[in-house]
Design a protein around this ligand. Structure first.
Ligand SMILES: Nc1ncnc2c1ncn2[C@@H]1O[C@H](COP(=O)(O)OP(=O)(O)OP(=O)(O)O)[C@@H](O)[C@H]1O
Length: 209
């Protein structure tokens, strides 16, 4: 089992606790988490990513209980095993595309020769030496996807990856995430309120605080 989240509960305000449905995903399986804006989707994704400790319950990735890991151990584990595509791309604009991916390798303590191939797979191979500052929004988003995939994570988590895209690009990005997950047999979780994504992944849960 790649991702197991069981009996998770969380609150920002102790008067308003909420539960997260149990999640189990094996290699190559995909899940869409739907919910309106403010329903807690980003919160759930951060809990699954090891970025936000739940108040109760357990998240385990490939048999490792995430929140038993501490500090740098958890950061290393995350870097190696989880690829996260944040709602707003957290890529470093003054660096080149290649340097951003090298940093991702470095933080995971991994050396891969996947930088060129992953950029090519995402159709931005020719932008390897470009500064992120000089990319279009769509290209920058592909870089953030490439960065999430470069370490060949077992689990890919994407937060509203289509929010700022037109129909054509939204479809392309979902297809890309699915193709990459299938190709590398990673588990894929997409959280979104974008109804356009609904038809692409049949395994779905809806959340709401
Ligand atoms: N750090 C925080 N402290 C207190 N409340 C928070 C914090 N982060 C989020 N919230 C609240 O928790 C709720 C869920 O937020 P979250 O960002 O998880 O929702 P979301 O479904 O991802 O929303 P959106 O689709 O608009 O990004 C919201 O009401 C939000 O205001």
């Amino acid at each position: 089992m790649i991702l197991k989240a069981e009996n998770i509960s969380f609150y920002y305000d102790a008067n308003q606790p909420f539960q997260i449905p149990d999640i189990r995903l094996d290699r190559g399986q995909q899940l869409l988490i739907l919910g309106r804006s403010g329903s807690g989707k980003t919160t759930i994704l951060h809990i699954l990513a090891g970025l936000l400790q739940p108040k109760a319950g357990e998240v385990s990735i490939d048999g490792t209980s995430l929140y038993t890991l501490k500090g740098t151990q958890l950061d290393k584990f995350r870097g190696k095993n989880i690829g996260i595509i944040f709602q707003k791309p957290h890529i470093l604009a003054p660096l080149t595309v290649e340097e951003n991916l090298m940093l991702a390798n470095y933080f995971a303590g991994k050396k891969t020769d996947r930088i060129t191939s992953v950029l090519q797979e995402l159709g931005i191979g020719h932008k390897k030496k470009s500064l992120v500052n000089n990319l279009s929004e769509g290209e920058a988003q592909r870089v953030s996807i490439a960065r999430a995939l470069v370490n060949e994570p077992k689990l890919i988590l994407a937060d509203e990856p289509t929010a700022s895209l037109d129909d054509q690009n939204a479809e392309a990005v979902v297809k890309l995430l699915k193709d990459q997950a299938e190709k590398h047999q990673a588990a894929l979780v997409i959280v979104t309120h974008d109804q356009r994504v609904k038809n692409h992944i049949s395994n779905q849960i809806t959340v709401g605080i």
